[in-house]
Design a protein around this ligand. Structure first.
Ligand SMILES: O=C(CO)[C@@H](O)[C@H](O)COP(=O)(O)O
Length: 224
């Protein structure tokens, strides 16, 4: 499985988002855009107008993570705007199958996110409807939290589920991913790594992306 890195803009300087996106465009695979509404999570960031502007200004594909209530209403619009990947939370979606299909119908990759306490089994039947499964490794809402090792068994179970379903679904982890934690997430089976503070808190964000990728590739190779 190819390792991918998706730096989270939550840890970037919001006054110069496009510049911060371009700082990692040569090294990262995606830019992870944390959309928060202060309802589904206790934090407020940005919405569709900012994503539309970013899409015009940056060269890196956008991996939009909707931490919002009523994603069924909003998610297809992000895909229609040109976001290359749109992820909705299982806990918030009322009609996840319809919403995931609408995202795909707009030509974007469709992702389903699960909070740390949300059981994978409850959503196993949806694996055929998604291009990516996102397992939160912190409670969503804020950057800079500690990676929750209690999610590691769920990462392993998700990797097995994906293998049984044909193996094409990407497995993303988000929260507390750093040089200290990326190896155990990769060894458990994750292949797409969101990292905020570990990238934008570094003196050289592009070099931090390269270092995370190298560590994840090594750990995934050793696990595989
Ligand atoms: O979605 C979230 C938090 O809700 C994440 O994207 C974090 O923002 C990642 O930041 P670090 O934990 O890597 O600092």
């Amino acid at each position: 499985m190819a390792i991918q890195i998706s730096p989270s803009i939550l840890s970037a300087d919001f006054s110069r988002l496009a510049e911060q996106a371009e700082a990692v465009a040569g090294s990262a695979d995606w830019l992870h855009v944390d959309v928060m509404d202060n309802h589904f999570v206790p934090n407020l960031t940005l919405g569709l107008p900012v994503v539309e502007s970013l899409l015009k200004a940056v060269s890196i594909p956008l991996d939009c993570h909707l931490m919002i209530e009523d994603p069924d209403r909003w998610a297809p619009a992000y895909a229609e705007a040109g976001a290359q990947s749109v992820t909705v939370h299982a806990e918030a979606a009322r009609a996840p199958v319809r919403t995931l299909r609408e995202i795909r119908a707009q030509g974007a990759r469709a992702g389903l996110a699960l909070n740390p306490a949300t059981a994978l089994d409850a959503y196993a039947d949806l694996v055929g409807e998604v291009d990516m499964l996102l397992l939160m490794t912190v409670e969503p809402g804020f950057g800079g939290q500690r990676f929750l090792d209690l999610v590691l068994p769920k990462i392993r179970a998700a990797r097995e589920l994906i293998a049984r379903s044909g193996g094409s679904v990407w497995l993303q982890v988000d929260g507390g991913v750093s040089q200290e934690t990326v190896e155990r997430a990769a060894a458990a089976g994750a292949d797409v790594f969101v990292a905020g503070s570990a990238v934008y808190g570094a003196d050289d964000p592009a070099a931090a992306v390269d270092a995370l990728r190298a560590q994840a590739e090594k750990a995934a190779g050793q696990a595989g």
